[in-house]
Ligand binder design. Structure first.
Ligand SMILES: *Cc1c(COP(=O)(O)O)cnc(C)c1O
Length: 512
């Protein structure tokens, strides 16, 4: 017996919830295709695009929504997006090939990040827009255009190191982009290559949740646009990058309680909540709490398209008027590059329970047919409980009034996974299938409303953004997860292998 379970229940949109209610289908898929298995919901990604477009419309801004491909490798999401008004942001040669092969034309592709020669060549040759990291890249692109007689290439200048007006220095350093104070170096290159390079605007991408930093960067971009005009260019686009975020958890109170209890555990005033007392960035020195929580803020009241809305509604730090209004009055187009936010609720990862082993501590270890690379939640600092999908919906002992399995979220004393028939909340540690101490699916104790049994599935919801295939490897020759795409049709789930998915049905009618 221990304290009340500290659940971190996932936020589930109706589509994901309906899919999780179809446990027999999910079991059949894993039986056929193996564990782990990734299930994609491309229609949800299309819905997310509409939400971003609605925010642009609300601010009366024209613009483009680029899916940051690096968040997910699946073909179904990319192919589905070709039928929406989204564009795509690619950061490697193979992402570019994938986008082209999925049906995106060069005019809808932006190439970002560091570019090796082949990536730069295919991007320029294919008519993609270059999100340029620095002067050297502009020189290389101009040389390609000239040498091969190609059309002028559209370029966006990626800037970094924005100054803020206050005394507090808000900006963190970035490896990428050109510091705004070196903008003149970019302008020099552009001035020498007016026939090869068409500067359409400037932008940034900041990997932060801070609205203040983003507002300062956006204002910095407005100033940089003036600079380009003064030099005789006619820029028309500001690109605010990605980083709009996702709200992973259903309940703010669970997140607050969990982080409070973690702090207490690190301070030693309650039993550990993690293996080996891991503090997720927190530690104690001479009786005082040090460090900072190195976790994704799993419950976010404002995320995704709503976060963009908030940014555009903020007053510019020194110009004072709302950023959206300033963009509108300048007639600038707004580009956004959401990765995680467009993949929100667009997929889940299934792993089969192989073994449940009680331990002396009272917490059981649950070994799964998947490893830490297959579900990157822990690696990306996203703490969220999996959903147990029993193999047998009514195991022996779960029937009758005594053995009733409580509803999800039921709070009661936590027991050990014990004899057959034991029901109710349990505390477990989730282990992977590698012969490696570090292969932990979670470092924390996970509380589940019912004990998992071998053969059950654990469903990790909302993994499509970075937590599905970003870090998946062939370590120890364990199988890589297969992917299936599912969609609802006339009240039924239809599925196909991810690589077999195209965004039209067999009669040739577009879906959705
Ligand atoms: C990763 C990345 C994004 C997407 O970031 P999210 O946090 O997933 O929205 C957008 N633009 C660039 C340049 C990136 O590197």
């Amino acid at each position: 017996m221990r304290d009340d379970p500290l659940y971190l229940e996932p936020r589930l949109d109706p589509r994901t919830a309906a899919l999780l209610d179809s446990a027999p289908l999910l079991h059949t898929l894993v039986d056929a295709l193996g564990s782990p298995l990734n299930v994609l919901l491309p229609d949800r990604t299309a819905d997310n695009v509409r939400r971003f477009r609605a925010v642009l419309d609300h601010h009366r801004l024209a613009g483009r929504i680029f899916f940051a491909h690096k968040a997910n490798r699946s073909s179904s999401l990319v192919r589905r997006l070709t039928t929406t008004d989204a564009d795509i942001d690619v950061a490697s040669l193979d992402e570019l090939r994938h986008a082209l092969g999925s049906g995106f034309t060069g005019s809808r592709i932006m190439a970002t990040g560091p570019k090796d020669p082949a990536f730069l060549w295919l991007a320029v040759r294919g008519g993609a827009c270059l999100n340029a990291d620095g002067p050297a890249e502009l020189e290389r692109a101009a040389a390609l255009v000239r040498a091969h007689g190609l059309p002028r290439v559209r370029v966006l200048l990626r800037l970094s190191g924005f100054e803020t007006s206050g005394t507090r220095r808000l900006m963190r350093e970035s490896r990428f982009g050109t510091p705004v104070k070196s903008l003149h170096r970019l302008l020099d290159v552009l001035a020498r290559h007016r026939d090869e390079l068409e500067p359409i605007g400037v932008g940034y991408h900041l990997d932060t949740t801070s609205l203040d930093e983003k507002a300062a960067a956006l204002e910095g971009c407005l100033r940089a646009m003036e600079e380009l005009r003064v030099h005789g260019f006619r820029p028309r686009v500001i690109d605010v990058g990605g980083g709009f975020g996702v709200n992973y958890l259903a309940y703010a109170a669970q997140w607050e309680r969990w982080t409070t209890e973690l702090t207490a555990a690190v301070m030693g005033s309650r039993p550990p909540l993690t293996r080996g007392g891991h503090g997720y960035g927190l530690r104690v020195e001479n009786g005082t709490l040090k460090g900072g929580l190195s976790l994704y803020p799993a419950h976010r009241p404002t995320a995704g398209a709503a976060y963009l809305d908030e940014l555009l509604s903020l007053p510019a730090p020194s110009l004072g008027r709302p950023l959206g209004t300033l963009l509108l009055e300048s007639l600038y187009d707004l580009y956004v590059e959401p990765g995680r936010a467009l993949a929100d609720q667009s997929g889940l990862t299934l792993g089969r329970v192989l073994e449940v082993r009680p331990t002396d501590s009272g917490e059981s270890t649950v070994r799964l047919a998947m490893n830490a690379g297959d579900v990157g939640l822990e690696d990306h600092g996203v703490l969220m409980d999996p959903v147990v999908l029993p193999r047998d919906p009514a195991p022996p002992g779960a029937q009758g009034p005594v053995g009733q399995v409580g509803p999800v979220g039921q709070v009661g004393p936590v027991g050990q996974v014990g004899p057959v028939g034991q029901v109710g909340p349990v505390a477990v540690h989730l282990m992977g299938n590698l012969c490696l101490e570090a292969d932990l699916i979670t470092r924390r104790t996970v509380f589940l409303p019912r004990p998992p049994r071998p053969g059950d599935l654990l469903a990790f919801a909302n993994t499509a953004g970075y937590c599905m295939d970003f870090g998946a490897t062939h370590a120890q020759q364990q199988p890589l997860a297969r992917k299936v795409a599912v969609h609802e049709e006339a009240g039924r789930w239809r599925w196909c292998l991810d690589e077999e998915y195209w965004p039209f049905d067999r009669t040739g009618e577009p879906q959705g």
